[in-house]
Design a protein around this ligand. Structure first.
Ligand SMILES: [Zn+2]
Length: 282
């Protein structure tokens, strides 16, 4: 699932292809991709020039002359570029530009494309919390937010209304890097631990973004997806394998319906306790 680094890499690469171009026609092939809006709303984008591309959390935002297109990829939605009359296989929504088309593709039909006159009309965008790679996201800010929550750390980090753009993969990774147990309560995190979590979040997102940009996204290839990300992952998807830091066996647990990977030995409970995750887990 694309999180902040993947969507940001898409934004930077797509900007070069579509910025300044006029949308000639909009085709909604699968209406489910624009729900709860209808094809009529999305077609308002037709005739408008793409002024720029922005990102908020996991949303990709196309700034048009009179409105915004908000794309959310959910599990495995993606954007593809189709040159000329090339068949636009599997595209759910197609934006025809002068020399090609931008397609929103999602075979699972979970991703969404919406049109808004103003960003504020999008409830999902309105609720988003801090951008973790912005200057406003400091260790002190994170500590203040942690103090207000009793939730398990992993669930806290995935809450888009607190920190925008951190999903299942990079929240697991940040806690592994910080050496903190995903079940630990947010409000028990000490200042020194909060600094470690802050540093871990920023570092893992930066490393992932760098990886996502090299090689850059290839929107012309339907098989394209980000490569080489496993190399920067310390814990995610590594159940049963030895921890890269201490050698203990990585475990997988379910939190809020999602898989959390963690090391039961070197990821400690917050608050300075030395209890292992196994002793205090669910
Ligand atoms: Zn370990």
């Amino acid at each position: 699932m694309p999180e902040l680094p993947e969507v940001e890499a898409v934004r930077r690469a797509l900007r070069r292809i579509v910025s300044g171009k006029r949308i000639r026609r909009v085709r909604v092939v699968h209406a489910i991709a624009v729900r709860p809006q209808g094809a009529r709303e999305i077609r308002r984008a037709a005739g408008q020039r793409i002024r720029g591309i922005e990102r908020r959390g996991k949303y990709l935002l196309l700034k048009l002359e009179k409105g915004w297109l908000a794309l959310h990829f959910r599990l495995d939605g993606q954007v593809l570029w189709f040159a000329g009359e090339q068949p636009k296989s599997h595209a759910c929504v197609i934006f025809e530009l002068a020399r090609g088309s931008l397609g929103f593709v999602d075979p699972r039909h979970l991703g969404r494309v919406h049109y808004y006159r103003r960003q504020e009309e999008c409830a999902g965008l309105r609720r988003l919390g801090m951008e973790p790679l912005s200057a406003e996201f400091t260790a002190e800010q994170l500590q203040a937010m942690l103090r207000q929550s009793r939730r398990p750390l992993k669930v806290f980090l995935m809450d888009q209304t607190r920190i925008a753009g951190l999903g299942n993969i990079y929240s697991s990774e940040a806690l592994w890097r910080a050496g903190l147990n995903p079940w630990g309560h947010a409000d028990e995190v000490k200042p020194e631990e909060a600094r470690r979590v802050h540093k871990a979040i920023v570092e893992v997102l930066r490393a992932a973004l760098e990886c996502c940009l090299d090689p850059p996204p290839d929107f012309r290839n339907p098989q394209w997806w980000f490569q080489g990300l496993e190399a920067i992952l310390g814990v995610y998807g590594r159940e049963g394998k030895p921890c890269r830091r201490c050698g203990a066996i990585i475990q997988r647990i379910t939190q809020a319906g999602r898989s959390t990977y963690f090391c039961p030995k070197c990821q400690r409970q917050p608050g300075g306790s030395t209890q292992s995750a196994k002793e205090t887990g669910p």
